[in-house]
Ligand binder design. Structure first.
Ligand code: ADP
Ligand code: GN1
Ligand code: MG
Length: 368
């Protein structure tokens, strides 16, 4: 594989021990570029993760890294204090550069960071049994809980209005009007589907403005593959991909997990007839999430969990569709219609959740 970034030179700017052997690219995510580095440290293999953060998307890498370093230190301290057996693997540990910063900005304004590779873990892109999804719920609930006393006003908004669905809808409408890619004629039906649900986009935004929903420190990108599961116990021991940790709603985190993990099909399944909400998985996640986060949540938050799942799925759908109309400038894509395929799966899932909303509410109540 060619090394387009001169990774060895970048590594030499961080305080890493040993001799560089090789790197492998990890292509799980849609935004950052991730490389797993292998070093030889006095005859022992030592691995690190090197990531290039997209500065097109994250405009304030210094603020972003301050957020993450603060939050990870907080999580580590709490786990040390609780004597968690996997405390040394409970969160990401960042390594400073030779001049003491936690990131390096290169001449192209690309931002690089390095953290310890966590051993004996696996990630999932799809759920194979409901117990794993229960464990995912426990892990994100615990993340919420550990950060309940972290001052959210100390965090910068790494992407302003990230889950503000009113602003997301405005961006979507603009993408339709601009039709930069000239693809609008292909997606009339999808655009109609999105517009018909505009009123949903105001519900949580209004409740925040009225002071009825609390802003918390949230992850905001709670996809299944952002959890590292322990090989031995299958517990979700470490939450990764912390770039969007900032003030947000618990409903965003709960909702995005359901969107991705409780879908019977992949996010980019081409056959939408395979897409639906798996109620058994929904229940497993609710049970796990509420077992660890329940005490931190208000009654209104708990009541709105099913709506949060639908709204996050809808939001992701309009983001994919807007990107398709804008000419695929945001999400990494593997083929021409990739964003359209993703948008269609999201809307199919929204439609199925609408049919199953009463059941989702019933299930949720059981664990409140
Ligand atoms: P992206 O923003 O592109 O999704 P992530 O930070 O989620 O990037 O990392 C992508 C993938 O790299 C993860 O899904 C996981 O498989 C792997 N990975 C990331 N960090 C670690 C780590 N500390 N230890 C082991 N694997 C990791
Ligand atoms: C992106 O980076 P990754 O793949 O975990 C996106 C999320 C979307 C998700 C859709 C910073 O997440 O918001 O929900 O793709 N992250 C950002 O799969 O925009
Ligand atoms: Mg990720």
């Amino acid at each position: 594989m060619s090394n387009p970034f001169n990774l060895e030179k970048i590594c030499s700017l961080f305080n890493l021990n040993g001799e560089f052997i090789e790197y492998k690219r990890n292509t799980n995510g849609h935004i950052n570029s991730t490389f797993i580095l292998t070093f030889n440290e006095d005859g022992n293999i030592k691995k690190y993760v090197l990531q290039k953060i997209s500065t097109e998307i994250f405009k304030n890498p210094e603020g972003l890294m301050n957020n993450i370093v603060g939050v990870t230190k907080h999580i580590r301290k709490k786990n040390d204090d609780m004597n968690t057996p996997w405390a040394d693997r409970c969160t990401l540990t960042f390594l400073p550069t030779t001049d003491g910063k936690y990131f390096y900005l290169d001449e192209d304004n690309s931002c690089w960071r390095v953290y310890e590779f966590i051993d004996d873990v696996y990630t999932c892109n799809a759920i194979e049994n409901s117990n794993d999804f229960y464990n995912a719920g426990v892990a994100f609930g615990e993340f919420q809980n550990l950060l309940a006393d972290y001052d959210s006003s100390s965090l910068v908004e790494t992407i302003p209005n990230f889950h503000n669905t009113v602003s997301r809808f405005a961006d979507f409408k603009k993408a339709v009007e601009d039709n930069k890619s000239g693809r609008l004629d292909n997606v009339k039906e999808e655009v109609e589907f999105a517009i018909a649900r505009e009123k949903d986009t105001h519900i949580l935004v209004d409740l925040i403005a009225e002071g009825k929903l609390p802003l918390r420190v949230t992850h905001n990108d709670t996809k299944l593959n952002n959890i590292l599961f322990d090989n031995e116990t299958n517990k979700g021991i470490c939450i990764i991909d912390l770039d969007t940790v900032m003030p947000g709603l618990s409903l965003y985190d709960f909702g995005d997990s359901i969107r991705f993990g409780a879908n019977t099909a992949a996010e980019d399944e081409k056959d939408v007839s395979k897409v639906s909400l798996d109620l058994e998985l929904y229940e497993a996640y609710v049970k796990g999430y509420l077992s660890s986060a329940k005490d931190a949540l208000t009654d209104l938050e708990k009541e709105l969990l099913p709506f949060g799942a639908k709204l996050m799925t809808y939001e992701c759908g309009i983001r994919f569709l807007a990107d398709y109309l804008n000419g695929d400038i945001y999400f990494h894509t593997d083929y021409a219609d990739h964003n359209l395929v993703r948008a269609r799966t999201q809307f199919a899932l929204v439609a199925d959740m609408e049919k199953k909303m009463d059941e989702m509410l019933e299930i949720t109540k059981k664990y409140c």
